[in-house]
Write a protein that binds this ligand. Structure first.
Ligand SMILES: Nc1nc2c([nH]c(=O)n2[C@H]2C[C@H](O)[C@@H](COP(=O)(O)OP(=O)(O)OP(=O)(O)O)O2)c(=O)[nH]1
Length: 128
């Protein structure tokens, strides 16, 4: 099966994390952490800084890796490196997402996550 390597940022502000709803495609309307595919020659951290600038127009500092999520979708295998991140410059703008929310621990179950993200949410809950 095709392997898609993705990187995602769990942007943190005090006890909240920033989630976005997909604005297009197969998973339109479902919630995720901003990020995208790692291009050849990029490190995961470089890919994450680039994607967040493209999608949200802010600069981030990339922190520790939370987990690498491995998940089989119907047509591909997802391998997703998930990092803590903080905004270091700029105001959030939604360039691609249809909606966004800052979620605290008790709000994490209130949105419909992409299937692969369920595995990550438990880890985030332990830290928030
Ligand atoms: N960014 C992101 N992608 C996720 C998450 N969970 C999850 O299953 N995915 C999947 C959905 C997509 O199949 C893939 C990410 O691809 P993408 O479409 O965002 O990447 P991209 O912007 O580089 O690609 P493209 O649309 O330009 O082709 O990973 C998540 O939390 N964040």
């Amino acid at each position: 099966m095709k392997v898609v390597r993705v990187v995602a940022a769990v942007i943190r502000r005090e006890d909240q994390v920033f989630a976005t709803a997909r604005g297009y495609g197969e998973f339109c309307g479902q919630w995720e952490f901003p990020g995208g595919k790692i291009e050849e020659s990029e490190t995961p951290q470089q890919a994450l800084i680039r994607e967040i600038k493209e999608e949200l127009n802010v600069d981030i500092a990339v922190g520790e890796c939370i987990d690498t999520i491995e998940y089989d979708y119907a047509t591909f295998h997802l391998s997703m490196d998930c990092f803590w991140a903080t905004i270091i410059n700029g105001q959030l703008e939604l360039k691609e997402a249809q909606a966004a929310k800052w979620l605290s621990k008790v709000d994490l179950d209130s949105v419909t996550w992409l299937p692969a993200d369920i595995l990550l949410i438990d880890k985030i809950k332990k830290v928030l």
